[in-house]
Design a protein around this ligand. Structure first.
Ligand SMILES: C[S@@+](CC[C@H](N)C(=O)[O-])C[C@H]1O[C@@H](n2cnc3c(N)ncnc32)[C@H](O)[C@@H]1O
Length: 281
């Protein structure tokens, strides 16, 4: 069977298109490969599959170095061979939101899509209200892609969904970009941003033993895993490290969390089929 190709080139449509770096292609490949396995397998067991994109973007993105225009996460999710039943997109930036809304209305009017404009940390109750709770057959299973630029993702936002629904998360932990750059600042100021990101305040004392940003990043990643385990998620498989092409710097980690052992099995399977084998923690 021909594999789904997540990098989908499109033409400029005169709507807003944000520029992204080359490494976004790796992110789209991993996301697309995982969603293909998820929808193909889970649609046989669950009658209602929901895709949630909490930092949805504009639907298209232009790769800065090549000028290529690609579908970004939300529209990759709508291009899979097997559909989700419902799509919920949240986007804070007005230009991106309007462009996404226009593309969805123009090209995907046959799909059940909910678009939410605003900060997902503030809009999480509204987002939650759109996830169907019941379904006649096996029930509702959601997959949430969480793709922030920085650590501006509150753990309480993730917990609100994770506690109430069956939802698997693919979370971009922007540790390489944000934690690396701001290590001294965060440590010196007992940062509220880190407390919100981890969902607890005790980190500052513990993190004193970190001698450099590398140790701090490892500490944050392990702490994040423990917070997810406390929500009854399985201990995750290796995170996927994504590096910048130009300077070979660690940028971020894609971490997958599921309450079901099958989720981790798919994640491992997906990692086998993608080029970047650099799992880290
Ligand atoms: C790294 S981009 C990812 C876009 C998209 N997922 C993609 O595939 O390229 C992060 C997106 O989240 C949006 N954003 C930033 N903070 C947000 C927040 N608190 N709530 C919702 N969206 C936010 C940004 O405007 C941007 O479009």
């Amino acid at each position: 069977m021909k594999r789904f190709e997540p990098l989908i080139e499109v033409l400029d449509d005169d709507l807003y298109i944000p520029e992204v770096r080359r490494w976004s292609e790796e992110k789209y490949n991993l996301l697309g490969a995982y969603m293909e396995i998820f929808t193909r397998t889970m649609s046989k067991k669950w009658s209602n599959l929901v895709y949630i994109d909490m930092f949805a973007g504009a639907g298209y993105a232009k790769i800065k170095s090549t000028g290529k225009i690609l579908k970004s996460s939300a529209l990759i999710a709508m291009s899979l061979p097997i559909n989700f039943n419902t799509y919920i997109f949240c986007e804070a930036d007005e230009n991106r939101f309007k462009a996404l809304q226009a593309r969805v209305t123009r090209d995907y009017s046959d799909k059940n899509v909910i678009l939410i404009h605003g900060d997902v940390n503030d809009k999480i109750e509204e987002l939650k209200s759109h996830i169907p709770r019941f379904s006649r057959k096996e029930g509702v299973l959601s997959f949430a892609f969480v793709d922030p630029f920085s650590l501006n993702l509150k753990f309480s936002t993730i917990a609100t969904l994770g506690r109430s629904f069956k939802v698997d998360f693919l979370i971009l932990l922007a540790l390489g970009m944000d934690a690396n750059r701001n290590f001294h600042n965060y440590m010196a100021n007992n940062s509220q941003k880190i407390s919100d990101f981890l969902g607890e305040n005790s980190w500052a004392e513990e993190a004193k033993s970190c001698n450099n940003s590398k140790e701090f990043i490892r500490y944050l990643a392990e702490k994040y895993d423990s917070s997810m385990v406390r929500l009854n998620y399985k201990e995750p498989e290796k995170k996927q490290l994504i590096k910048s092409h130009s300077r070979n710097l660690a940028l971020y980690y894609l971490a997958f969390y599921s309450k079901h052992p099958l989720g981790n099995k798919f994640w491992k399977e997906m990692q086998k089929y993608t080029d970047n084998q650099l799992g880290l923690f």
